[in-house]
Design a protein. Structure first.
Length: 588
């Protein structure tokens, strides 16, 4: 069983208690006449059992009164669930469901709830049934109500409560978005999808760390081009296949293409016009996948390029890169007369996800900064713990992991891409301060980033918050983007790169001292951090080595770093500089 449990409750007279009229009643009874949580549901929420008559939970909901919902999500803590007695029922106390919401709740209305057992967090929204003398419900909401009931079918717990099977959850949440566009964000939809993929992997013996999998999904949602790099056999292709198989209803939604060392043009990807027959076009499996993705825009399609750097990527992939970035079409042949079913030009659809894997050895080529700048680059490393887990079931096939078991989540995944990705004010202000600080330091070494990087990092933060869920923190997002967007472009000789890595190492290590001053987020030690970073950039050779890598009295242990992933990577790149005089992200 996962940590996230989706539940639906239909309000009935006995549990709504006309709270709207009695919410000011003095005494516990008046405040607790709210929503019954039946024992079968409660046992799912708290399978470890609860011995106390009251349980505190946290709640999340939209600000508003039910008729008018804002985009602001409110989180409260310490709301009680109380035992009704007899072991039959538990009640969400009145304090758990804000009183103003009951002004528009009637018998028959539905309450959609996502409960995170780990965080004891209840997120909820209501979908109302019909208009009456005191309220007016839109036709859209009435139709949404009926659609959700049809999906739910008969209650699988007594007294009008449902614990829907996981395949139904994305359908229900998708319908709720008709009432409120941000219902998916409130009900932790992306977190739920991530958890179900992790459960599918685990049940079939494929262990993927939660940190890695959230970075992977968030990166795909940020921009449909992700690069996976690491040693041969570290699980890069396996991860890409697992997600593509799990989220796809058909094998026609994904292709795994092995890049050849002899690829010197785009013909292996996009095909070519038959020079002998002007009515014919020689197609490829890649082109056919692109055409299918364009036809079925509501479904995700995956294109996995295995070992992309066996050939010079710019030679065969430049058209792809340009089209992904600009949105402009790719011309396949001259003239407007169509050759068979192949149009003379194509546009890469937004539901096409391109995942490239890179192996680093003496037979491969390096990626240029131009390519790396257009993707999130995720490094794979095999730890002893991961290897031990793998050896428990080393012969698991990727196709056994999924085979479409997550296909019902596909449309939700595509819908998430369309989100504008706007962060809340506090997170946005915090991110702005961090990015400007990194920009100041990097600009001293002529390595500053541009608008595209800033935009994509901002969008990643939004997606990462939704995928990770309620236990998300700012530092995990910033750590991921530092190692995925800033460090991959750094490569070169010791004289050129060592000062840059030293400065970035300081920024990634030191603790931030955040404060809120009159509603504005500020970083108290901003100037101190910049000063320390620039000082480290002036250190030389042995002095620098002792700063980061000395075995005795190490001044900067990795476990104390603010951004651990990034700091660990920086120290490995510095060590390679020490040993070989040259480093790059893929090799460090």
């Amino acid at each position: 069983m996962g940590n996230m449990i989706f539940t639906v409750r239909k309000f009935v007279n006995s549990n709504i208690g006309w709270f709207y009229e009695t919410r000011n009643t003095i005494g516990e009874h008046g405040r607790e006449r709210a929503v019954n949580i039946n024992s079968p549901v409660f046992e799912q929420w708290f399978p470890e059992g609860v011995s106390t008559p009251r349980v505190n939970i946290n709640t999340r909901y939209f600000q508003g009164n039910g008729a008018e919902l804002s985009n602001e999500i409110v989180k409260d803590i310490g709301r009680p669930i109380a035992n009704q007695g007899g072991g039959k029922n538990w009640r969400l106390a009145g304090e758990a469901i804000p009183g103003q919401y009951y002004g528009s709740i009637r018998t028959g209305d539905l309450m959609l709830m996502m409960f995170d057992r780990k965080e004891r967090l209840l997120s909820w929204i209501c979908v109302r049934k019909e208009s009456d003398d005191t309220r007016t419900i839109s036709k859209v909401e009435e139709q949404t109500y009926e659609s959700i009931l049809n999906i739910l079918g008969n209650p699988n717990a007594d007294r009008n409560m449902w614990l829907p099977e996981s395949a139904k959850v994305p359908l229900i949440i998708s319908k709720a978005k008709s009432v409120h566009p941000l219902a998916g964000e409130l009900l932790l939809e992306m977190s739920y999808i991530h958890e179900k993929w992790q459960e599918a992997n685990k049940s079939n013996g494929l262990e993927v760390s939660s940190i890695l999998s959230t970075r992977f999904i968030s990166s795909l949602l940020t921009k449909q081009f992700v690069i996976l790099t690491g040693m041969t056999g570290s699980g890069k292709t396996r991860l890409a296949q697992s997600f593509a198989h799990w989220l796809s209803a058909s094998s026609k939604q994904y292709e795994v293409i092995s890049v050849g060392a002899d690829w010197i043009g785009n013909e292996n990807i996009l095909g070519y016009a038959d020079a002998l027959d002007k009515s014919n076009y020689v197609s490829t499996s890649v082109l056919e996948l692109i055409l299918r993705a364009d036809t079925y825009k509501e479904l995700p399609h995956f294109l996995v390029f295995d070992e992309m750097n066996l050939s010079h990527v710019e030679r065969y992939f430049s058209d792809f890169l340009s089209s992904m970035e600009s949105g402009e079409p790719i011309n396949l042949y001259s003239g407007s007369e169509q050759r068979g079913h192949i149009p003379y030009k194509i546009t890469l659809p937004p539901n096409l996800f391109v995942i490239g894997t890179i192996n680093v050895d003496e037979t491969t080529y390096s990626f240029s900064p131009k390519v790396l700048d257009r993707a999130n680059v995720i490094e794979f490393r095999v730890s002893e713990e991961m290897l031990s887990s793998f050896l428990e079931n080393p012969f698991t096939k990727v196709t056994e992991v999924s085979s479409g078991s997550g296909a019902n989540f596909g449309e939700s995944f595509i819908e998430m891409i369309k989100s504008p990705g706007r962060l809340d004010n506090d997170t946005m202000q915090q991110l702005k301060i961090e990015l400007l600080m990194f920009f100041r330091v990097l600009s001293k070494f002529n390595l500053e980033f541009g608008f595209r990087t800033a935009k994509e990092i901002t969008r990643f933060f939004y997606m990462h918050k939704n995928v990770v869920g309620p236990n998300w923190d700012f530092h995990s997002g910033m750590d991921a983007q530092c190692i995925q967007k800033m460090l991959p472009k750094i490569s070169g000789s010791r004289k050129k790169i060592e000062p840059i890595l030293a400065a970035l190492g300081i920024l990634c290590f030191h603790e931030r001292k955040w404060k809120i001053n009159q509603g504005i987020v500020e970083l108290e030690n901003l100037e101190e951090l910049v000063s320390l970073a620039l000082q480290a950039g002036k250190l030389q050779d042995q002095e620098l080595y002792l700063l980061f890598e000395g075995s005795e009295g190490l001044k900067y242990p990795i476990e104390n770093a603010q951004y651990k992933l990034s700091f660990d990577k920086i120290t490995r790149m510095l060590l390679q500089l020490e040993q070989q005089g040259f480093t790059s992200f893929s090799e460090g």
